[in-house]
Design a protein around this ligand. Structure first.
Ligand SMILES: Cc1cc2nc3c(=O)[nH]c(=O)nc-3n(C[C@H](O)[C@H](O)[C@H](O)COP(=O)(O)OP(=O)(O)OC[C@H]3O[C@@H](n4cnc5c(N)ncnc54)[C@H](O)[C@@H]3O)c2cc1C
Length: 384
């Protein structure tokens, strides 16, 4: 029986796993492996950070998803993939596969960290961020006082985290009066998004007391400061780095050793059929994958939309494999993923309002938050 191994429980596999299981039934063994059964839904992450949602309201139970769809659930962290012998290497065991799909998300480059102060957290991977943030906030709550906080990045993730920290720095909170600095290497916020939305974001951050810094390239942290190029520094007790997603290092190391093609940003190189450009038995999706034939921004929205294409093409690859075994026969048609030219972005201001961006258009208000909340709640209801 052919074995499909889904490595990581990312947004793409959430959608693909049930579809593959439905299409193949008992003829194929499908397993999903991830270090934790809880997947934090990215759309609601800033709301959780600011205390608007409880964790269980924005976490998807991967073990339950697998149980419902008759997929084997494996709780293990993959540390290596032996592409040549087709085995994923976990901390607990090794997992052989005939076809594998990699959807393990991304990590942030934390730079050169000198000592224990300030605490530096990468926004990704979420599982690690959740644990580290919860521990840091617990300690901070035990000793209420204003603290210098720095967010690194200028994209949607960094802006939303800055809004969350600004909300937490409001009256009555253990972090009340904290200074929040948002430092980006770029010259503007939300590059690539609506300029109106970017202006709304900047104005809203300033109104909430967040101090933006433009042209500050983060290099690391130490001696109670976040450090930037040109020997500049900003006092910090906590630094949250959200300056762009890149594939986890172990993925690149494994691929490099086994001559699996990597893109220049370190992601697994795939074509629009989500198949590795060098290894037919390997598929990849989401933040850890990089398209060689189109530009696809790293986002949860795009990762989710890759799910149905991934499922269809894994099923096509299984069919192809069966045909070759039976009669040495020909290939099966595959589907292409095409990124939408415009996607709706809704940024939580973490105070009961949100900013929206659609192409060149930007808008903001409490109604945008209610709209966003409805979309996110509806999405989560699919997994309860
Ligand atoms: C603060 C913030 C807010 C964001 N808001 C939005 C938003 O509103 N809309 C949007 O579209 N995007 C948003 N994003 C971006 C979005 O989070 C990512 O693009 C999206 O999560 C990528 O999904 P993915 O499928 O690649 O992997 P992820 O959803 O990150 O999932 C990775 C999975 O792989 C598993 N995994 C990780 N390492 C291993 C391993 N070694 N072995 C096995 N499994 C592993 C994890 O446990 C997890 O199950 C936001 C990002 C941040 C930081």
């Amino acid at each position: 029986m052919a074995r499909v191994l889904l490595i990581g429980g990312g947004h793409a596999h959430l959608i693909a796993a049930p579809l593959i299981s439905q299409a193949t039934g008992d003829a194929v063994s499908v397993a999903l492996v991830a270090p934790s059964a809880e997947l934090l839904y990215s759309g609601m992450m800033p709301g959780w950070l600011s205390g608007q949602y409880r964790f269980d309201e924005c976490a998807i139970d991967l073990a339950r998803l697998c149980r419902v769809h008759r997929i084997e659930w494996i709780e293990d962290e993959i540390v290596d993939i032996d592409f040549a012998s087709r085995e994923a290497v976990g901390r607990i065991a090794r997992y052989p596969f005939d076809l594998a799909s990699v959807n393990v998300g991304s990590a942030n480059d934390l730079g050169d960290i000198g000592d224990s102060s300030p605490r530096v957290l990468g926004a990704k991977p979420f599982a690690q961020f959740v644990d580290e943030w919860t521990a840091w906030l617990g300690a901070a709550n035990a000793e209420p006082r204003p603290r210098p906080l720095v967010v690194v990045g200028g994209g949607a993730a960094a802006v939303e985290i800055a809004f969350a920290l600004a909300a937490l720095s409001g009256h009555g909170s253990p972090l009340a009066g904290s200074r929040v600095v948002l430092a980006t290497a770029g010259e503007e916020l939300l590059p690539g998004m609506s300029r109106i939305a970017a202006r709304l974001a900047l104005g809203s951050l300033l109104a909430r007391g967040v101090e933006p810094r433009f042209g500050w390239r983060y290099v690391g942290a130490g001696d109670g400061c976040a450090r930037f190029d040109g020997a500049r520094q900003i006092e910090a007790e906590l630094v949250i780095v959200a300056n762009g997603a890149r594939a986890p290092q172990w993925v690149g190391a494994a691929a490099g050793r086994d001559t699996v093609a990597l893109a220049s940003d370190g992601g697994l190189a795939i074509r629009s059929d989500l198949r590795s450009t060098s290894h037919a038995a390997i598929f990849a999706a989401g933040d850890c994958a990089s398209f060689v034939d189109q530009r696809v921004p790293k986002s949860g929205v795009h990762a989710l939309r890759q799910g149905p294409v991934l499922a269809a093409n894994i099923c096509a690859a299984l069919e192809e494999r069966a045909r070759v075994r039976a009669a040495g026969a020909t290939s099966v048609a595959t589907r292409r993923f095409t990124a939408r030219r415009r996607t709706l972005a809704l940024l939580n201001r973490c105070d009961g309002s949100a900013i929206g961006a659609w192409g060149p258009i930007g808008f903001a208000g409490a109604w945008v938050w209610r709209w966003k909340d409805r979309i996110d709640q509806r999405f989560m209801a699919r997994f309860r």
